[in-house]
Structure formats: C-alpha cells, structure tokens
Design a protein around this ligand. Structure first.
Ligand SMILES: Cc1cc2nc3c(=O)[nH]c(=O)nc-3n(C[C@H](O)[C@H](O)[C@H](O)COP(=O)(O)OP(=O)(O)OC[C@H]3O[C@@H](n4cnc5c(N)ncnc54)[C@H](O)[C@@H]3O)c2cc1C
Length: 419
C-alpha cells in the first residue's frame, strides 16, 4: 500500500542497548529502510567477560524472517556446535536425575539451535554503526509534540549528547533505564520499575578441560546441552564453543552451570568470579552420580582454563506503563526480565522485535494510528512477558526437587510458547 501523504517516509528510531534484542531490531528495521541509531553504555562489543549459551527454539523461524540474507547467512558462526549432525536426538533437551544418572524426561525442540550470546552479538552487529559508551539518562517528550529528545551521557570527559527521534526503543536489559523513565510518572514508579530479586542464583564454569575424556562425558549426556536435577539445585552440561583445528578434528570448550536458591544479601561471601568461584561451585555441588560428579570435580581452578561466574538472577513481572503516545516502548529483557528456566526470555524478545517492526511498518506504510498501534504492542508484550516470567519462577521452584518433576511445564508442555 502506498504511504499516506502525512506519514513520515523515513522515521528515525533510536535504540537504547546493543544486546541481542537491540541488535536484532536494528538489523530488522534497517532491512525495511528505517533510519536507526543504536547506543550502548558499554565501551565496546566484547566488554562484558561473561558469555552464555541460549537455545533458539520456537522463535527461530521468526528470528530468521527478521534478518537480511547477508546476516542470516552468518548465523552458523554463532552456533555452539555448527558441525553437528542435527538429528532428532540433537534437537532434544534431556533432563537427568543428577544423583542417579537416570533420564527423567526429554523435551523435543525440533529445528532448534543453541548459540552463544557473544557469537550472535558479533554476527548481528555486522554493518551497524553502534555508538559505544553512551548511557541514556533522559527522554523528553514534552518539548516537541511528535518527537523524543534523547539525552545520552558518555564516560568522564565525554560531552553529554542530545538527539531527536521519532521513536525510542528501550532494549537496555533487565535493569532498564528506559523502563525506569517510563514508570517515573506513576506513584511509587521508581520502585515499581525496579528488577526484583528472584531468590535464585546461577553459577557457570566455561571449561577448556584439556582432557578429551571429560569432554566426552559431557557429550555422552547430550551433544548440545543436558539438564540435571539434584537435591536443591538444577544445572546443565553442554557445549559452549567448537573449534575445527583441522578438517574433521573438532575441539570443544564445554560448560556446566548450577542454579540454586539464594541471594547475595544473605550470603555476601560467595565469590562472584575467578578460581575462588570455581572452588566454591565445585565444593557446593556434591552428591551427583559419578558421570556428572567427575565433570564438576575435574574443573581446573585457574583463569586460563576455566571462566567462572556467579550471579543472582533478577525477575520482573511486566506491568502496563505510559508509552508517551506511542513514541517510547520496551523490548526484550527491558520489558520482561525473567528466570532462565524453560529458556523463554530470548524467544519473547524475538517476538517483541517482530511485533515492533510490524507496528512501525503499519504506521509508516499503511497510515495506522501510532497510539493505537503501540497500545496494542505494549498490551501484548506485558501479557506475554508477565505470564512467562511467572511461569519461569514456578518452574525454578519445582526444579529444586526431582520429586516435583511431573508438575514441571517442561514435562507437561515441553519448551513451547507460554501464551
Ligand atoms: C545463563 C542464561 C541462559 C539463557 N538461556 C536462554 C535460553 O536458552 N533461551 C532463551 O530464550 N533465553 C535465554 N536466556 C535469556 C536471554 O539471554 C535474554 O533474554 C537476552 O539475551 C536478552 O537480551 P537483551 O538484548 O534484551 O538484554 P541484554 O543482553 O541485557 O542487553 C542490554 C544492553 O543494553 C545496554 N545498556 C544497559 N543500560 C543501558 C543504558 N542506560 N544506556 C545504554 N545502554 C544500556 C547493556 O550494555 C547491554 O548491552 C538466558 C539468559 C541467561 C543469563
């Protein structure tokens, strides 16, 4: 349909946050000819040392449809094990009883691929002009009725920057500043917008074992990723990176992670990274069946071979907010930070990006009403996000005790959509 006379043929979209959600949005909007500006508070792409793997399952077809072919063709670079023959078993997620070694159930994830966050960010940032080291501090929607003035702060010594946008999308993650700004006019808004303690911790060791036997122990459980439940904890064992050192000769870096109930406020002494974190995680995860235990116990306690991170996981039950007449909204973890159980966070982020692009296309190309379009976008995001976040919390509680296994959504509904 031809663009109506009064619609802006080339709206400017400012994206705050160059995580996976922001980068995917930027690529998708660029593909449709929007002017996109993307800012991130970190100084460069690989600034954050922590990496993790993400299973792209029900949202993978949507994800693929959003990207230009030049970027999609690079997708394999982000996959944890691109050389694998992806058969039915490889596209399954098994859950073991970590104490007996028996398989409790397996969840079919047909067509899925596990990627590393770092690898996918590298792929998605290709061709984008990202401005690093800029933190959003203010959004002014009063001065100009149809525009948003975005204020960005740089590091010390860098002058504050201001720019005008037609639309602003907050993809600035779980602790989103954009969300805080959008809630500021509500009673108790600052508190409402804050990401909440979930009561669950996660520890991860990314390990270069230098011992093929240990790698094989991980791969025997599953060639991509297997979960394991033990008393008071649930964890995972999988492939993080593969390196083809010669044709057919593949080296694996593997990882294991553990989720348990706790928080830093009651246990402030838990080490957050480095060899001390490895030691802590090893000592605190005992009582596993020999095949799992040996993988944990053999983890080298040095920074060269093991990258270890311990974090407290946040969550936030999405709630309605004023979107400044449809000019500012949220996507991804900024809109619905949730626990990682059942791997839904990025699936919903991809869905947000799809809906966001469709919303802007409807306004630009079909003259749809901005306020109506974004009221619908926000309503859907809040409904999906809040439901998925609540389900992830429930799933985490159940995952702490193998006798609950029949109640888990992973068993009853697999890895499908929450809504
Ligand atoms: C261990 C783990 C495993 C997971 N597994 C899965 C899975 O299997 N399946 C699944 O679907 N999901 C999974 N997830 C969730 C998934 O990783 C997230 O949903 C997704 O990465 C969110 O990306 P994002 O871009 O929205 O947020 P982020 O990755 O947090 O990116 C936000 C960006 O905004 C920037 N930023 C922050 N504040 C500002 C500011 N004020 N101004 C400018 N920039 C700012 C940050 O520097 C950052 O680059 C997992 C998460 C974890 C931690």
């Amino acid at each position: 349909m031809a663009a109506p006379k009064d619609s802006n043929p080339s709206p400017t979209v400012v994206i705050i946050g160059a995580g996976l959600t922001g980068l995917l949005t930027a690529q998708a909007l660029k593909k449709h000819g929007f002017q996109v500006f993307i800012y991130d508070s970190e100084p460069h792409l690989n600034f954050r040392p922590r990496d993790w793997t993400i299973l792209l399952h029900w949202a993978l077809p949507i994800f693929s449809s959003l990207l230009p072919s030049s970027i999609l063709s690079q997708f394999d670079k982000a996959i944890c094990n691109p050389h694998l023959n992806f058969d039915e078993w490889a596209e399954t997620l098994p859950m073991y009883n970590g104490e007996t070694g028996d398989m409790l159930f397996k969840s079919a994830v047909p067509g899925s691929r596990r990627i590393t966050r770092r690898g996918l960010r590298e792929v998605l940032s290709e061709g984008l002009d990202i401005v690093w080291g800029r933190k959003v501090t203010r959004l002014d929607t009063e001065t100009e009725p149809e525009k948003v003035k975005v204020t960005l702060e740089g590091e010390e010594g860098v002058e504050e920057e201001e720019m005008w946008a037609d639309y602003v999308l907050g993809t600035d993650g779980a602790g989103s500043k954009v969300r805080e700004i959008l809630f500021a006019d509500q009673e108790n808004g600052e508190e409402k917008a804050k990401v909440k303690r979930s009561g669950f911790m996660i520890g991860t060791c990314i390990v270069d074992y230098q011992d093929e036997e240990m790698v094989q122990k991980v791969l025997e459980k599953h060639p991509v990723f297997a979960m394991a439940m033990s008393r008071g904890a649930v964890g995972g064992f999988g492939v993080q990176y593969t390196n083809e050192i010669a044709p057919g000769n593949i080296q694996h870096t593997v990882f294991w992670s553990k989720i348990w109930k706790g928080c830093f406020s009651t246990t402030p002494d838990i080490p957050r990274k480095g060899p001390e974190a490895v030691r802590y995680l090893k000592q605190s995860w005992q009582g596993l069946s020999p095949d799992f235990q040996v993988v944990v116990d053999s983890t080298p306690e040095d920074d060269t071979h093991t990258k270890a991170f311990v974090d407290e996981m946040g969550t936030w039950i999405a709630q309605p907010f004023g979107n400044r007449d449809g000019r500012v909204t949220l996507a991804g973890d900024a809109g619905h930070p949730m626990l990682i159980l059942r791997g839904q966070g990025f699936q919903h982020a991809v869905t947000d990006v799809h809906n966001y692009v469709q919303a802007l296309l409807a306004i630009r190309d079909s003259g749809a009403d901005r306020k109506e379009v974004f009221a619908a976008y926000d309503k859907d995001m809040v409904e999906r996000g809040s439901k998925a976040a609540l389900q992830a919390l429930e799933e985490a509680e159940l995952a702490m005790d193998a006798t609950n296994v029949e109640k888990m959504l992973m068993v009853r509904k697999g890895h499908g959509r929450s809504v």
